[in-house]
Design a protein around this ligand. Structure first.
Ligand code: BES
Ligand code: MN
Ligand code: ZN
Length: 491
């Protein structure tokens, strides 16, 4: 799909679909002009259609009089006095979703105003909403394919809009990279293939090192390696670096859980729904996508992304319940449930990250627990942290990006539940499951300001779908990390 910025055209001669914005208290200037050009057809449709300008409401006027266009679409944007970047983005996404299958091939969109920022935000809404994963379809009926192939966004100053679009275009590409990884099935995307795809990001200026099992054995990563030992596929650790900041400045670090498939291992999961576990690498995918964005928009920051890439399988060589592994930190772990594998992967990835890079902050993303879905559902991720400033920064970023977080308690009193009678800790306790998982991770972060985002509920699925996020892979976390850097750690 092609997105372009154009100077105000003569509406009478436009073909395809034209979209304009209305607020609760009335039309925008562009909507008013289109209403006049269509001899009041828009106003009549508004009163006939119970349209109140509420955010996301749409009215589709087919074959309006006085113009050549096939349809005029009005989208609501809510309160005129509360317009934010997200207002333009969401309105544009609603427009695209409403016309994508209509039969029109061209869409001309007038954002609520023609400013460069409004146009760029609208473009982001369209780009994110238009994501599809069609790689494995060999046939698709014409009427099941989106008809819209070009979206033209009407800008006051085309050059300025293009400039504002630059970093947001990078962001949309990063989200797409992440969504593609999460969508890929596990027969295609296993740790080495994931690592290869991350290696291609060197083309935008990142450096990528891949540690194989031999290298991780040397480092003593018995916790991560134990998870992957039942798989025919080699485990990998990807180390991604972006150096856009001052030479000696400590980096911000992101760490991702990359379980390319989670069967549960010997503590095997039930068959129903197990296919969703191809997405158990969404944390690693989000970190990779965010690193891509930072490099593409040449962020003035030093950043590190560490991905723990494994496959959790039952096998003659798989780890057993009761096994005791030694992590890179030296701490030993009694593995009571092989399905609590994400924390075992992160234990070594987090320790390695802080040990080698001495980051100023460290944020991990992981589809870690089913319990977080019980707590927060499919629209909000759990935030766990040892640091109030980092938490406040993340909450502000959550608000700005619409990738929602809620801070959860890391209550010390629960910690004894993961004491082991035979090792330094065990990998499961009782309830609350998401908190115990976070308390476990905390043992591997040393004193670094750290936050853990449990994205099990938000990474995948229809339940959390939004106008800019399709029903499957959301790409959750890419926007959050990019914006966290932009607002708090750049320059
Ligand atoms: N990958 C799962 C968590 C998960 C569940 C992600 C549902 C996405 C959707 C994780 O590895 C897991 O299996 N966690 C267990 C932990 C338990 C054994 C303590 C869980 O949540 O049941
Ligand atoms: Mn598991
Ligand atoms: Zn898992």
């Amino acid at each position: 799909m092609q997105i372009e910025f154009v100077a105000a055209p003569k509406v009478e001669i436009l073909t395809g679909a034209i979209a304009v914005v209305a607020f609760e208290d009335g039309l925008t200037a562009a909507a008013g002009a289109l209403d006049a050009a269509t001899q009041g057809a828009l106003s009549r449709a508004i009163s006939a259609g119970r349209f109140k300008g509420k955010a996301g409401q749409t009215v589709d006027v087919i074959a309006p009089p006085g113009v050549k266009a096939q349809r005029a679409l009005i989208v609501g944007a809510g309160d005129r006095t509360a317009v934010k970047a997200m207002t333009h983005e969401t309105a544009a996404a609603h427009v695209y979703n409403a016309v994508k299958m209509s039969g029109s091939t061209k869409l001309v969109l007038y954002p609520a105003d023609g400013s460069a920022q409004a146009c760029a935000n609208a473009a982001l809404g369209v780009a994110l909403a238009a994501y599809r994963f069609d790689r494995y379809r060999t046939r698709l009926a014409e009427d099941k394919k989106p008809s819209v192939t070009t979206v033209k966004i009407v800008a006051d100053d085309v050059k300025a809009a293009e400039k504002a679009w630059g970093p947001l275009k990078a962001l949309s590409e990063g989200v797409t990279f992440t969504r593609d990884l999460v969508s890929e099935p596990a027969n295609i995307l296993y740790p080495e293939e994931f690592a290869r795809r991350v290696k291609t990001l060197e083309s935008v200026g990142l450096t990528v090192e891949i540690l194989d099992e031999a290298a991780m054995t040397k480092l003593g990563m018995g916790s991560l390696l134990g998870v992957g030992q039942g798989s025919r596929r080699e485990s990998q650790l990807a180390v991604i670096q972006w150096r856009g900041g001052a030479g000696k400045a400590a980096p911000v670090a992101f760490v991702g859980k990359g379980v390319c498939f989670d069967t549960g291992g010997i503590s095997i999961k039930p068959a129903e729904g197990m296919e969703d576990m191809k997405g158990d690498m969404a944390g690693a995918a989000a970190v990779a996508g965010a690193m891509y964005v930072l490099a593409s928009r040449k962020a003035k920051v030093n950043a590190v992304g560490i991905l723990g890439l494994v496959e959790n399988m039952p096998d003659g060589n798989a780890q057993r319940p009761g096994d005791i592994v030694t992590s890179m930190s030296g701490q030993t772990i009694e593995v009571l449930n092989t399905d609590a594998e994400g924390r075992l992967v992160l234990a070594d990835a987090l320790w390695y990250c802080q040990d080698r890079f001495k980051p100023k902050v460290m944020v991990d993303l992981a589809t870690l627990t089913g319990a977080i879905i019980i707590s927060l559902g499919a629209s909000i991720a759990g935030l766990f942290s040892n640091n109030d400033d980092l938490s406040a920064n993340l909450m502000a970023t959550s608000e700005a990006t619409g990738e929602l977080l809620w801070r959860m308690p890391m209550h010390k009193g629960y910690e004894k539940q993961i004491d082991s009678p035979v090792a330094d800790m065990k990998n499961i306790g009782g309830k609350p499951g998401s908190v115990l998982a976070a308390l476990f991770l905390q043992k591997f972060v040393n004193d670094v300001p750290w936050a853990h985002l449990d994205i099990a509920g938000v990474a995948w699925g229809a339940a959390g779908a939004t106008p800019v996020s399709p029903e499957q892979a959301s790409g959750f976390g890419v926007r959050l990390l990019d914006r966290l850097v932009a607002d708090f750690y750049e320059g």
